[in-house]
Design a protein around this ligand. Structure first.
Ligand code: NDP
Ligand code: MG
Length: 382
């Protein structure tokens, strides 16, 4: 019996993870669940999956939940302390990190420190703290299993191959809802338009990231850490149908790819049961219906967010944190209708230009850099 914890259980990845667990109750047990503020859904999940511990971010929400589930034998915790308590709890083998943003940094590092395998959806953590996380995982003998569909595809395409024989990683991108548009056409884009993704149904933040191609930028940096390749070895290929989830090109010119319908349950299930494959209910890929798969080069002049990710990765140190934190703040300002769509990349660039890199930052330095970035944006907004 595998015992898992899920940080972000009420979100898009969290609920899909629980859907899979629901079909495999004899093999996977839920030890802990954590969410931000959705008390009602978390209560429902607790009643169904009976974890030993659960967390909500605010103390108030936590009190509410505690009284709602007072008939059950469960510990309810709150805040960062709560997430850290879950990350290090006894009797949990693996942690699914499905929270949004840098809030995942400390819990993920704590879980690795405690020897828990990580099923990683929360890419922002790897982008900002990959240089701490990957060596620690190696030291502790902990597996970091990618949940992100592209990285799961790369991971599967690397099965049985030698790292020294990789020529490059071909990271596919759908291009998002504004593929083919030029800057002029994007000036008046509203949050409602950007939230319509052609192929994937996801949380709000990552949906906006997909529209700006910042998501692809974060994924490029995520791939660098997960697969230990050089920035120049990662090439983004637009593949609008989202059928090829990514590919690896080897020294001899062979390209190995993983294909499937765009459904996050596939990479989540693969990570949950790795190295075993399990049947997946529902439709599978029909090549007759699909008929064609097409490819394009990404337009990095229009979607500056992708070009800036390469710059941040090359600069290293605290720069990926600035890139990520500026984006987190800018996306929330855009969702609140306080800045325009194109300003998201402009804000990221402005923060990066103003930043002086500290190399090899520790956790405190990463969190200080996050705060520096928010301050930098606040000053320029007034
Ligand atoms: P959602 O917005 O759908 O869900 C976020 C989850 O995090 C919710 O459960 C939310 O709780 C919880 N949460 C928010 N703030 C806190 C907090 N302070 N403490 C504890 N929990 C918190 O996001 P997604 O599921 O879309 O994305 C999660 C991560 O996975 C992101 O890093 C994203 O980039 C990555 N990812 C997502 C994919 C997808 O298809 N959705 C694909 C690949 C990667 P509440 O509901 O209470 O707010
Ligand atoms: Mg992805």
């Amino acid at each position: 019996m595998k015992k898992i914890g899920i940080l972000g259980s009420t979100g898009s990845i969290g609920t899909q993870t629980l859907e899979i667990v629901r079909n495999h109750r004899e093999e996977i047990q839920v030890a802990a669940l954590a969410a931000g503020s959705n008390v009602a859904l978390l209560e429902k999940q607790i009643r169904e999956f009976r974890p030993k511990m659960a967390a909500l971010w605010s103390q108030e929400a936590c009190r509410d939940l505690r009284s709602r589930v007072s008939d059950l034998d469960i510990k309810i915790v709150s805040g960062m302390e709560g997430l850290l308590e879950i990350a290090s709890m006894d009797g949990m083998d693996a942690l699914v990190t499905a929270v949004v943003g840098m809030i995942g940094v400390r819990p993920t590092l704590t879980a690795i420190e405690q020897g828990k395998d990580i099923l990683l959806a929360n890419k922002e953590t790897l982008v900002t703290a990959g240089h701490l996380l990957m060596p620690l995982a190696r030291e502790k003998g902990v597996a970091i299993l990618p949940v992100d569909s592209e990285h799961s595809a790369i991971f599967q395409s690397l099965n049985g191959e030698q790292k020294s024989q990789i020529k490059k990683i071909l990271l596919t991108a759908s291009g998002g809802p504004f593929r083919g548009k030029k800057r002029m056409e994007l000036t008046a884009v509203r949050a409602e338009d950007a939230l319509k993704h052609p192929n994937w149904s996801m949380g709000k933040k990552i949906t906006i990231d997909s529209a700006t191609l910042v998501n692809k930028g974060l994924e490029v940096i995520e791939a660098k850490w997960l697969f230990d390749v050089e920035p120049g070895q990662i090439q983004v290929v637009v593949q609008p149908q989202s059928i090829i989830h990514s590919m690896v090109e080897y020294l001899d010119g062979s390209v190995i790819a993983q294909l499937g319908l765009p459904d996050m349950k596939l990479p989540i299930q693969y990570a949950l049961f790795y190295p075993e494959r399990k049947p997946m209910p529902g439709p599978s890929l029909d090549f007759y219906k699909l008929a064609q798969i097409t490819f394009e080069q990404p337009d990095t002049d229009t979607f500056r967010g992708l070009a800036l990710a390469y710059e941040a990765m090359e600069a290293g140190g605290t720069m990926p944190t600035v890139y990520n934190a500026a984006n987190e703040k800018a996306v929330s300002l855009f969702l609140d209708h306080r800045i325009s769509f194109l300003q998201i990349a402009e804000i990221i660039e402005m923060c990066m230009r103003r930043h002086t890199v500290t190399s090899n930052p520790d956790v405190n330095c990463i969190l200080e850099t996050e705060q520096w970035t928010y301050d930098c944006i606040r000053e320029t907004m007034h």
